[in-house]
Design a protein around this ligand. Structure first.
Ligand SMILES: [Zn+2]
Ligand SMILES: [Zn+2]
Length: 339
């Protein structure tokens, strides 16, 4: 039987191990993908550290996977071999539960999957995916370029386009890491007055280069007060994972503004008075489904939005993961699994 290399985690808190496995056969409704690249995301830590309830080890993480359809399982009609495709966090949904019937596929309570969490993901030469989890990837993007758009990209793009902000509205992006550096680009290209907020004056040139109209150094300035000086933000896109940084920025919302939480902080402090006086809201955003990924990729091709990536071969996955977790990656670590 033909073999493949995968990077698996065997126990909670254990390292990634490079092992050989049989190349899996696609089951009914599944496509097999020859993976060419896969981004490394902060959410991979729920697998690596064993934080996801009921996780089964060994597990191959990776939910920013891009490659080529290699083989079709029984009943797959929407794809053909050779097509370039990608898979994100949403690993497929039932289509029959009440949430799916209302079009809220992200909230599926029937049989559903999370790529690289409940199924083996893209830190591998081959992976399987349910047909409704697969997005087409346009020729204009390389696999390494498209990878981070499958989670960091779709999450920021889809949150912003559903945020209610309109052209010229003030939209702040808190954090300039893997998600934030894409968030600023999307916000600027959608026609918002994009404000970058990060720690240190040295990040300002980067924020401007990404399209920020204004920059706030959260170490030297009070981000909430600075946003209020600009009239208040219609939306604050919180991409950081520090709850105190989120709480410090929340006061910068304009009346009717929305604080959109994307980073998985432990907790945040919210002032009920601020919310009710200004009719403001705090909400989370789930990345999206395969068609949202396709829209993210199409928008990125149209407008030139790109992730800035550090590339690593599959056998340096531990280093790539440490770089991402340390917050030092500039700005997304991507495994180039090539041919
Ligand atoms: Zn992710
Ligand atoms: Zn469902």
């Amino acid at each position: 039987m033909a073999k493949m290399r995968v990077a698996q985690v065997s126990r909670a808190g254990g390292p990634f191990e490079l092992v050989e496995r049989d190349i899996p056969e696609p089951g009914p409704g599944q496509v097999r993908i020859r993976v060419h690249a896969c981004g490394v995301c902060h959410s991979d830590s729920v697998v690596k550290e064993g934080h996801f309830p009921g996780i089964v080890f060994p597990r191959v993480p990776g939910h920013e996977a891009v490659g080529q359809v290699d083989k079709l399982g029984a009943g797959v009609t929407g794809f053909r071999t050779g097509q370039r495709v990608g898979v994100g966090w949403n690993g497929g949904y039932c289509g029959r539960c009440n949430f799916c019937r209302r079009g809220d596929f992200f909230a599926c309570t029937g049989p559903h999957e999370i790529t690289g969490v409940t199924t083996d993901g893209g830190f591998a030469e081959y992976m399987l995916a349910l047909e409704n989890a697969v997005a087409l990837v346009p020729d204009e993007l390389t696999a390494v370029e498209a990878g981070p758009l499958m989670c960091a990209g779709i999450t920021t793009f889809n949150a912003l386009r559903n945020s209610g902000a309109r052209g010229s509205d003030l939209v702040a992006v808190l954090g300039l890491g893997g998600l934030g550096h894409l968030g600023v680009q999307f916000a600027a290209k959608m026609g918002f007055r994009a404000v970058g907020i990060a720690r240190g004056k040295d990040k300002e040139p980067l924020a401007r280069q990404l399209g920020a109209w204004h920059y706030i150094d959260s170490q030297a300035q009070d981000p909430a007060a600075e946003l209020q000086k600009l009239g208040g933000a219609k939306v604050i896109l919180a991409t950081v994972t520090a709850g105190d940084a989120m709480s410090a920025a929340m006061g910068g919302l304009a009346p009717n503004g929305t604080f959109l939480v994307l980073g998985t902080a432990e907790s945040i402090q919210v002032s009920p008075g601020m919310l009710l006086r200004g009719r403001k809201s705090v909400k989370g955003w789930y990345s999206g489904t395969a068609i949202d990924s396709q829209d993210t990729l199409a928008f990125s091709v149209l407008t030139g939005v790109r992730s800035m990536n550090e590339e690593y071969p599959l056998d340096r996955v531990n280093e790539a993961y440490e770089r991402m977790m340390s917050g030092k990656a500039r700005f997304r670590a991507v495994l180039n699994i090539g041919k």
